[in-house]
Design a protein around this ligand. Structure first.
Ligand code: ZN
Length: 320
């Protein structure tokens, strides 16, 4: 049995056991932070349910091929908008009627409902009714960021599948496989900023805004080691135009400072950050992290953007 998924051994074992023993539950709740792979794993699980090959999901049999081409008649995917109450009751009612019709191709029907935390109250209650008396041969796969984001009565009807961020080596391996045209330098940097969330890492490698923000964060870090005010002011200058961009850069910077601090304390090497770590003391890294955190707080409280950047520039300890 081979899901193509990184880390998360425990979740994979639960899903594999469901398939191998033939004891499929009527509902599974995949939960974890955005970009962690909930939808990806849920789709692979759906493919495994339909697969007629040997090494499930084999990727070669007719049902697998239909899943990979998004044309399997017994699979439906709904939801996925990221706004509150965007998942409406009429969509759930349509599923409810459809669920009582026998499968077209195989022995089961699978519904993937993305972002059930965005269901309206009526939609969630309507789904609950189906889960309380589920039709035979129907499997619901639900995704959401956390268990507390959905009705406890819904959660209690589902097998919980928690998806965790992966370790940095696992993240580097994943990014190399999923983004083969990027350099190891770019991949290593993305893995330092994405907190083990592979989807976020891929965004950092492909989205121009994310690339620019991560580069700016690294440039600010480098400027702090140069020991002169002008270098810091120049590195901070891209921040003065957009509040969301500035917040993104500061969150990346905060991640990098946390990594640098860990490396300094544990006396380990971190690719791309060693020069900075060598030149800074633990106290100065702590002060920088504290300053950046305070500035993020100021931005969240809607302080004037230019004033925030000026404050940051005056308070970051750039001297060695
Ligand atoms: Zn197959």
């Amino acid at each position: 049995m081979s899901f193509h998924f990184y880390g998360n051994t425990k979740a994979l074992q639960v899903l594999q056991q469901s398939i191998q023993t033939g004891h499929l539950s009527h509902a599974y709740l995949f939960y974890g932070p955005a970009g962690v792979g909930k939808q990806t794993l849920a789709k692979q699980f759906a493919q495994a349910i339909f697969c007629q090959g040997e090494n499930i999901p084999c990727g070669h049999c007719i049902p697998c091929q239909k899943m990979l081409k998004n044309i399997h008649p017994d699979f439906q995917e709904l939801g996925g908008q990221n706004t509150k109450n965007s998942f409406h009751v009429k969509e759930v009612r349509a599923i409810r009627s459809d669920a009582y019709i026998r499968p077209n191709d195989g022995e089961a029907k699978v519904y993937l409902l993305n972002g059930v935390d965005n269901m309206s109250k009526e939609a969630a209650n309507s789904l609950l009714k189906v889960l309380e008396e589920p039709p035979d041969n129907v499997v619901f796969l639900l995704t959401c960021p956390s268990r507390s984001a959905v009705l406890p009565t819904l959660v209690s009807r589902c097998v919980p599948i928690e998806i965790f961020p992966v370790t940095q080596p696992e993240c580097i391996q994943a990014l190399q496989e999923l983004s083969p045209d990027t350099t190891l330098e770019e991949i290593t940097r993305a893995s330092q900023l994405c907190d083990g969330i592979i989807g976020k890492g891929l965004e950092l490698l492909s989205d121009p805004e994310e690339i620019k923000a991560s580069q700016t964060a690294f440039q600010i870090l480098e400027s702090l080691s140069k020991g002169n005010e002008l270098a810091v002011v120049v590195a901070l200058s891209p921040l003065e135009n957009s509040r969301p961009f500035t917040k993104k850069v500061l969150l990346f910077l905060s991640n990098l400072l946390r990594l640098a601090l860990q490396a300094k304390i544990k006396k380990i090497s971190i690719w791309g950050l060693d020069d900075f770590i060598q030149k800074q003391s633990i106290q100065s890294i702590l002060k920088m992290a504290d300053t950046v955190e305070t500035c993020i707080g100021m931005l969240e409280q809607n302080a004037n953007l230019k004033l925030c950047v000026t404050w940051l520039s005056a308070n970051l300890p750039y001297s060695i």
